[in-house]
Design a protein around this ligand. Structure first.
Ligand code: ADP
Length: 166
C-alpha cells in the first residue's frame, strides 16, 4: 500500500517532568507512526501539583528528543481532539503501566472517540524497567534527595537538581 500522507501520532500528557518511561513510549510509537508530537498539557496536571511550568516541561521534552527530528513537541490547552484534528493526527498514543492505569485510560479513549471518531487511541507498554515509573514518584524522590538518574535523562536531571538547590 502506498501512503500519500505521513502517519502522525499525538502523545499527550503532563510530562512534569518527562521520564524515561515517557521517552520509551514516544520512541516506540515511531514503529507505527512517521511522526509523533509530544503534546504537553497545560491543564491536565492541575490536580497533580505542578513542579515545572509548561514552558520548562516543553523545553525538557525538546532537549530530550533533539536527536530525533521525527519527534516533535508542542503545548496545548483545551481538548486533545481539537489539537489532533489540527495536526492531522490519526493516532493518540498513551502508555499503559500497571492495571491501575486501565480504568482511567479506557474512559478517556472512549470519550475521545465520541468527540472525534477518526482518531484511534493506541496503548503502548514501556520497557519493564519503567513499568512502575511515574513523574510524580520522580518528583517526590528527587525532592527528598534520592537518586533519580536511572529514571530521567540528563537535561531533566539537571533541572531537578537546580530545583532542589533553590
Ligand atoms: P505521569 O502519570 O507519570 O504523571 P503523564 O500524566 O505525563 O505521566 O502521562 C502521559 C502518558 O504517559 C500517560 O498515558 C501515562 O500512562 C504514560 N506514562 C507515564 N509514565 C509511563 C511509564 N513509566 N511507562 C509507560 N507509560 C507511561
Amino acid at each position: 500500500m502506498i501512503r500519500e500522507q505521513p502517519v502522525v501520532a499525538i502523545y499527550p500528557g503532563s510530562f512534569d517532568p518527562i521520564t524515561k518511561g515517557h521517552e520509551d513510549v514516544a520512541r516506540r510509537s515511531l514503529r507505527i507512526a512517521d511522526r509523533v508530537v509530544v503534546a504537553v498539557a497545560q491543564n491536565a496536571s492541575q490536580t497533580k501539583g505542578n513542579l515545572f511550568s509548561v514552558e520548562e516541561r516543553l523545553e525538557m521534552v525538546r532537549e530530550v528528543f533533539q536527536d530525533d527530528e521525527r519527534i516533535e513537541s508542542c503545548h496545548f490547552e483545551g481538548l486533545l481532539v481539537d489539537l489532533a484534528r489540527e495536526m492531522g493526527a490519526q493516532f493518540v498514543i498513551r502508555g499503559l503501566r500497571a492495571v491501575s492505569d486501565f480504568e482511567y485510560e479506557f474512559q478517556m479513549a472512549q470519550m475521545n472517540r465520541e468527540l472525534w471518531s477518526e482518531a484511534e487511541t493506541v496503548f503502548l507498554t514501556p520497557d519493564q524497567r519503567y513499568a512502575f515509573l511515574s513523574a510524580s514518584q520522580v518528583r517526590e524522590v528527587s525532592r527528598l534527595g534520592g537518586d533519580v538518574s536511572r529514571f530521567v535523562s540528563a537535561p531533566v536531571l539537571r533541572r531537578l537538581e537546580r530545583v532542589s538547590e533553590e
